[in-house]
Design a protein around this ligand. Structure first.
Ligand SMILES: [Zn+2]
Ligand SMILES: [Zn+2]
Ligand SMILES: [Zn+2]
Length: 342
């Protein structure tokens, strides 16, 4: 069994978080002003690793015996079936505990086992974000990194407070006020952006996908309607071919409608190789790719089908079936045939 030093875990966690915040600060300053955008990725790596170390520290200190703690943190040996020599089977651990420590999935299981609460949805999202950023150029991630730090903040605050019974400001030292300030800025800006969008006439049914849009240049979710377009009286629902968003983080401007439609189709993503079928298609009424097939409605212009199900077999109908006067393709075909024979 490898030795486990819980205090060392905590120390490493705090170092990692401190380095992560330093990297974050440097990454957000332009190169010519002494910053280093290239540090974005190491910011995320350090912060995420630091949080996982804190989680492991919590698990390790949930039991009194250091040897028990080690069994919780190091990866256990594999348990394999062996013949018991009497025609039966025995499940036996093979080999020793490994030198590697548990990953996110196992941390989750340990938390469940010890009744430690966590917002796993956000942790999963942050992990996904970290993996995704590994493949991008740092310059295209600065906004997303800023989102990451802001979303990590409440997790860290609540965990230190309620699970470690410590004051975040004491435990995290200088990293704390930086995170706090950034988080406050982020929340205020999100609110301002949301208010600004209410002036822009985004079609109501599509609004949930506006909230998921990120700047195409830097990945930030802090995007607002372009002030010039608003001043010119443009409206997203009518003027989607010209209406632009403006990124608060990097200043980039581009069309908002394609971004919304992309986030809609990402959500209704399908894989033709799995025999999947597209679930969003072009709307016959408004010609936008926003008609959700199973909802039988366009989320942009709100048009609904005249005939929703086949009068004979009650199968749901699609846009293509509307010319059949309330019948599915098959029953329309049968009906035509009968008419011809008469
Ligand atoms: Zn941006
Ligand atoms: Zn439509
Ligand atoms: Zn039918």
């Amino acid at each position: 069994m490898p030795l486990l030093d819980a205090e060392k875990l905590k120390e490493n966690a705090l170092t990692s978080i401190r380095l992560g915040i330093e990297d974050f600060q440097r990454s957000q300053i332009p190169f010519d002003q002494g910053g280093d955008p290239e540090r974005a990725l190491s910011a995320i790596r350090n912060l995420f690793a630091g949080v996982l170390l804190l989680f492991k520290y919590k698990i390790a200190t949930s039991v009194d015996d250091p040897e028990h703690a080690a069994t919780l943190i190091f990866n256990p040996p594999e348990v394999l079936p062996q013949a018991d020599g009497h025609g039966g089977v025995e499940w036996q651990p093979v080999g020793n505990f490994k030198k590697t420590t548990i990953d996110v999935t196992t941390i989750k299981k340990r938390f469940d086992g010890f009744g430690i609460e966590m917002d796993w949805e956000t942790i999963d999202k942050l992990q996904e974000c970290r993996n995704h950023l590994e493949h991008l150029h740092p310059a295209n991630t600065l906004g997303e990194v800023a989102d990451f730090v802001a979303e990590l903040f409440p997790i860290l605050r609540d965990f230190v407070h309620s699970e470690m019974n410590e004051q975040p400001a004491d435990l995290l030292g200088g990293a704390w006020p930086i995170m706090l300030k950034h988080h406050t800025f982020f929340i205020d800006t999100i609110k301002e952006c949301a208010e600004a969008w209410t002036e822009a006439a985004v079609p109501k049914l599509i609004q949930p996908w506006l909230e998921k849009c990120q700047c195409e240049a830097c990945g930030s979710s802090l995007i607002r309607p372009d002030s010039d377009d608003l001043d010119d009286g443009l409206q997203v629902d009518e003027d989607d071919i010209t209406f632009r968003y403006e990124c608060v983080a990097c200043g980039y401007r581009d069309l908002i409608a394609p971004l919304i439609i992309k986030s809609l189709s990402n959500d209704f993503d399908y894989d033709p190789r799995d025999g999947g079928e597209p679930s969003v298609e072009r709307c016959d009424e408004c010609q936008r790719d926003t008609f959700v097939i199973h909802e039988q409605q366009c989320l942009w212009c709100e048009v609904e089908l005249d005939y929703k199900e086949c009068n004979v077999c009650e199968e749901p109908l699609r846009q293509d079936d509307q010319a059949n006067g309330g019948l599915c393709g098959y029953h329309h075909h049968v009906y035509e045939k009968v008419m011809r024979e008469d």
